[in-house]
Each structure stands twice: as structure tokens, then as C-alpha cells.
Design a binder for this molecule. Structure first.
Ligand code: MRU
Length: 349
């Protein structure tokens, strides 16, 4: 794996393909350094997803698709062996993170293309083409989400977001932050309140970084200040992303989202979820979805410094579930969907 530190300011592209290598921003180094990694093996991609080098539902889906392209490119085998190797790579990549549905969605979409081919060369070509298509589509879809969502944001609005559902969680542009980006691009002045998002700090490390990078007005608050900030009537709306949306309208997203939604509801503040249709899972029910439990060190330490007694028991769920009654609308590439969700979801698929 090669590493390159970027000094000059340019458009943030979280994952891209360059000359047979998967290039990704190392998000564990942000906000202190903008480092691009060049990955050449699918196991490196699996480890990057597991260790949050790349994170955010759409970004891990596209990274995994390119992981399959790397697995295929390494193979010198015949068609049957190549397909077995790809199935192994698929299962390794899928096992890295269980909650975001985009990961399995992307892997299944690429494998479907691979299975339609009749020889090794065509499989390799088809997988790479599909991964490249997905990465281009991701940006287009996010821009459409932005266009649909920007009507929900007025000039001078203060909008709260949780975690990072921005460029850094997608190939580029973002979902929740895509809505804010589109509103700003249409001339509206928007002030974003970003929660720091303990324990991994995606809000302070990533959202604050990418909004500053793009010149969008942002203030950072501790997670514990959400209630006070909403009670002081400063917030006009909340926009977050999603890792998985069920047919019932339940949303799996970064831990803490549910609390934010509850407080927003208490203060009559609209709470929107911006997500592409690839995040919608109409096959599974609430009890089928695994909420990822992450290492205890994420809670007991910050930057390697221990902040909790040795041996303390830790619960570290990475995601929670927000029920549909707390959600004012879903912003998708096909428009804004409002309750009742079972009905409005039927209209788009
Ligand atoms: O653990 P993470 O950083 O991958 O969690 C990310 C989130 O929860 C995002 O809000 C979600 O993936 C939507 S990204 C457009």
C-alpha cells in the first residue's frame, strides 16, 4: 500500500480508481492530514473498511465494488476458479461491517454482472466497468438528492446534522451534506451545526473538516449540547444520512441519531433523512439487522490516552434505530417522501 499526502486544495474525492489501484482518503488521519492511499489487494480494502479508513454507507459500497475489481485483476485462474475466488472476496468484504446495506447491495450488484460473463477477461472487464459506473452514479444521485432536498432549506437557516453524511461518506458531494451543499450553491446562506459524534468523532473530524474545506459555515457542538441548542430555538431543521432504511420507515444510522430525533420532535423541529435508494432495504425486518458493536477502546480511549478505568465493561453500538414517527421526510434521488411511508415508498419502487 502506497501513501501520498496532499497539500494543495482540490475537490474531495473519497474513493477513485487510478491505473489499476483503488485510491482512497485515509479518514483516520483527518482532520490533521489529507492522505491518499493506493490499494492493490482486496484484503487491504476489507481492512480499510473495517478500520474506518473509508466509512459511510455509500462510500463503503463503492470501495467494496472496487475491492472485487482488485480481486479479479489479481487472478490468473480459469473461469470456475475465478468465480470461487470472487465469492471468497465477496464474503470477506461483506463481513467487515454488518449494518449499512449499501455494502451487500454493491457486492451483489457487481457479482451479478460477473456471473453473466463467459470468460475470465470478460469477468474482469465487467466488474471494473460496474464499479466505475457505481462510483459515477453515486455522485449523480447525490446531486439529485441535493436538488430535491434544497427546497427544504431556506436562506439563513441553521441546520443540525449528526455524524458525517457528506463527501467523505460517499464518492463525493454527500447525501445530508449534499442537501446543504445544493442549498448553498443556489445562493442560500446556511449555518450548519455539527455534533461531534462520539465515540469516533465523525462530526468533528470529518463534517467540520469537509464543510470548512468547502467554505460552508459550520459550528461544532458536543453531542450533549443538542437539547440545549434546540431548546434555545436556534435550529430550523435536522438533516442526517442513513445506513439502512426499512420498508416500515425505520432508519439505522450513526449512534445518537435516535436521541437527536427525539429532541427534535420535542421541539417541533423537522427531522429529515437524506439517502439514496440503494440504502433502502425492503427485504429485511427490524430483527434481521445486526447493529455493529465496535471495539471498547473507541470509548475508553481518545488518541491512545485512557479515559476510563482499566477493565470497565463497555457497550459500544455503532448505530441506532430511529422510528418513522420521528421522521418528517426522506430525501431521495426521486424526490422527498413523506408519511405514511409504506405508501410513499411504494410510489418509488
Ligand atoms: O460508522 P460510520 O462512520 O460508517 O457511520 C456513518 C453513518 O452513520 C452515516 O450517517 C451513514 O453511513 C450515511 S452516509 C451518507
Amino acid at each position: 500500500m502506497e501513501e501520498k499526502v496532499q497539500e494543495n486544495s482540490q475537490l474531495l474525492k473519497t474513493v477513485s480508481w487510478d491505473n489499476g489501484r483503488l485510491v482512497m482518503i485515509d479518514q483516520t488521519k483527518l482532520p490533521n492530514a489529507l492522505v491518499y492511499l493506493r490499494l492493490s489487494h482486496y484484503m487491504e480494502v476489507a481492512s480499510a473498511i473495517k478500520n474506518l479508513v473509508v466509512r459511510g454507507a455509500p462510500a463503503i459500497g463503492v470501495a467494496a465494488a472496487f475491492g472485487l475489481a482488485l480481486a479479479a485483476s489479481e487472478s490468473t485462474s480459469d473461469l470456475n476458479i475465478l468465480m470461487k475466488e470472487l465469492e471468497n472476496a465477496q464474503s470477506t468484504l461483506k463481513s467487515t461491517r454488518p449494518t449499512a446495506v449499501n455494502l451487500s447491495w454493491a457486492l451483489e450488484r457487481v457479482m451479478k454482472k460477473a456471473k453473466e460473463q463467459n470468460n475470465v477477461g470478460d469477468v474482469k472487464h465487467a466488474i471494473l466497468e460496474e464499479a466505475l459506473r457505481m462510483s459515477e452514479e453515486d455522485i449523480e444521485i447525490n446531486k439529485r438528492i441535493g436538488t430535491h432536498g434544497s427546497v427544504l432549506v431556506q436562506d439563513r437557516d441553521v441546520v443540525l446534522t449528526h455524524c458525517n453524511a457528506g463527501s467523505l461518506a460517499t464518492v463525493a458531494y454527500g447525501t445530508a451534506l449534499g442537501v446543504i451543499r445544493a442549498a448553498c450553491q443556489s445562493g442560500k446562506r446556511v449555518h450548519v451545526i455539527a455534533t461531534e459524534t462520539r465515540p469516533v468523532m465523525q462530526g468533528s473530524r470529518l463534517t467540520a473538516f469537509e464543510l470548512q474545506y468547502d467554505g460552508i459555515d459550520v459550528s461544532l457542538i458536543p453531542d450533549t449540547a443538542v437539547g440545549h441548542t434546540m431548546a434555545s430555538r436556534k435550529i430550523k431543521s435536522v438533516i442526517v444520512g442513513a445506513d439502512r432504511v426499512l420498508r416500515s420507515g425505520h432508519v439505522f444510522n450513526k449512534i445518537g441519531t435516535y436521541q437527536v430525533a427525539l429532541i427534535a420532535s420535542q421541539h417541533d423541529i423537522p427531522f429529515y433523512v437524506a439517502a439514496p435508494l440503494s440504502t433502502f432495504d425492503f427485504k429485511n425486518n427490524l430483527s434481521d439487522v445486526t447493529i455493529e458493536e465496535r471495539p471498547s477502546e473507541e470509548v475508553t480511549q481518545i488518541n491512545g490516552v485512557r479515559l476510563a478505568p482499566q477493565g470497565v465493561r463497555v457497550l459500544n453500538p455503532a448505530f441506532d434505530v430511529t422510528p418513522p414517527e420521528l421522521i418528517s421526510g426522506f430525501v431521495t434521488e426521486k424526490g422527498v417522501l413523506t408519511p405514511p411511508y409504506e405508501q410513499s415508498f411504494r410510489s418509488i419502487c
